[in-house]
Ligand binder design. Structure first.
Ligand SMILES: [Zn+2]
Length: 108
């Protein structure tokens, strides 16, 4: 199995906060000393839902999960299954969005 690549986030050199990559200064302190940083590609599931009538261009059902990674950074990720609340799942970036990688283990 291929390991999931590290996730790239932004880290402020002034206040040391980390956040999703975005253009511009630090959203907490306004410093422009923002650098990319890699974090482990996993997080804890805070919420998950299944949309039966998703926006145009998305398959139905469309499952999404809110996943919290290191330092409280939260990702909204597309999932092939509904992960359980509190589960620690691998996350990857695919194009312009994040995904929950893989499927849950088979029961039994
Ligand atoms: Zn800052």
């Amino acid at each position: 199995m291929i390991p999931t690549p590290m996730l790239l986030v932004s880290r402020c050199e002034s206040c040391h906060s980390r956040f999703l990559p975005r253009p511009g200064p630090c959203p907490r302190c306004g410093s422009s000393a923002v650098r990319p940083q890699e974090i482990p590609p996993e997080g804890r599931v805070l919420a998950a839902t299944e949309l039966t009538a998703p926006a145009p261009g998305f398959p139905s059902p469309h499952r999404i999960a809110l996943v919290e990674a290191l330092d409280g950074i939260r990702f909204l990720a597309v999932a092939d299954y509904l992960p359980g609340l509190g589960a620690v799942v691998p996350i990857a970036r695919e194009g312009d969005h994040y995904v929950v990688v893989g499927r849950p283990p088979e029961p039994g």
